[in-house]
Design a protein around this ligand. Sequence first.
Ligand code: SF4
Length: 309
Amino acid sequence: MKYCYGPVLSRRLGVSLGIDIVPAKKCSFDCVYCQIGSTTEKTLRRFAYVDASILKKEISGVFAEKPKIDYITLAGSGEPTLHKSLDKIIALLKKTSGYSVPVCVITNSSLLYRKTVRRELMNADLIIPSLDTVTPSIFKKLNRPPREITVKKIVGGLMKLRKEFTGKIWLEIMLVAGLNDTEVEAGRLKKAIDLIKPDKVQVNLPVRPPAAKIEVPSPGKVKRFVEVIGGDVQVVDNRIRITGASRIARKIEKGVIELLRRRPATHHELKNSFGLDINEINRAIQMLIKTRKIKEIEQYGKKYFRIND
Ligand code: SF4
């Protein structure tokens, strides 16, 4: 498919159907932790990239199989708000899915200072905007923004979004060792969070291969950072399993079965679809083979997994 990927299992969103509406790798930032790779076109220009008829066909195809999907998520290879008339895309996704699944938009917050962009997001159900730092010098090193985008503009945009948007806002902070993982940074961010008033704050860690050479903060640093932020902060982390490991494993297994019900898939396809750590996919595959829920077959010299019926 051209625009849809998954459904993938996401730690934060459950089973999520990804929609990739901006080509790789056009973004307003060039974050050091970006797992897609370095930005090839850093831009603030918005453009209508998607062919709506193809997107509609793809969504119809996915929902014809009545999948259990928790969210339709606009994210992917570039910054989604760089797509012009995002409201039309959100309306198309809702209508084509029969208004049965909430729509989530993951954004780097860079364009939220623009009234048009905020207005186009009004019909989303959940917005996950990023705010990694409020210190200009760290912002430059971490997110590598264009000159026009400042921390002040971003925080202002987020505050306006909170006033205008009636859906949920989960603020995401990506923590990078030696850049924004200090208590001083946490204290500054806390002040901004108190002004923005998101429904939830999530601290994420760059555990997948990033664009630049960076380090994941130690569990001790993460713990201290979260304590300073205070409140009910959720840590999204593949390494430190604080709670819910078996629940996540069960979700992965369920997701693998859902996917294999639709079609057989190779190990590589399963790994990419779920966008998770290879060990977790391997664990799920082994468990499902052991319990005879799936089996391995060979076709034209290629190994596939399929439902064991
Ligand atoms: S992490 Fe997101 S905002 Fe940062 S460069 Fe990658 S796609 Fe852009």
